[in-house]
Design a protein around this ligand. Sequence first.
Ligand SMILES: [Zn+2]
Ligand SMILES: [Zn+2]
Length: 154
Amino acid sequence: MTRLNFEARETLRAEGFTTKAWAQLNGYAGAAEWRGDECGCTDDRCIGYHHDENEECGCLPALIEEQRRQERATARGCAVWAAHLNAEQVGTPEDRAHADELAAAWITEFHPGAVSYSLTESPRGITYRNQWNNTTWLIFDAATQLASVEALEG
Ligand SMILES: [Zn+2]
Ligand SMILES: [Zn+2]
């Protein structure tokens, strides 16, 4: 287990993350369980590999930005899914059009490689297919209300 160094803790604090929150976002129970590198990178061999010991870590800011993007994808995904459920339940054509518009904008921003997507193909949430493989991906999980990337069977 590794302790986050001063620079990492300062960078995280400035971005509004506690060391505990950062560890948990990356799958650890808490800061004491952190197994990434001291610089905050999730790769435990960052210092000396991604950058020298006396150099700033470039990974941490990029990882934080990715985390922010994930938070935005989740918040906007929740709005898309709520609009979709609303359209299903009390659905006027206007409700449906609104949900579809939100979905299209969300896909364009967060999944630019999409070739198709669907709000109805899977009861589990929003799915899409991309230009890189033949897999159907669950990109919003209705059960957890989180933006996800999970391969679906079939
Ligand atoms: Zn790194
Ligand atoms: Zn680093």
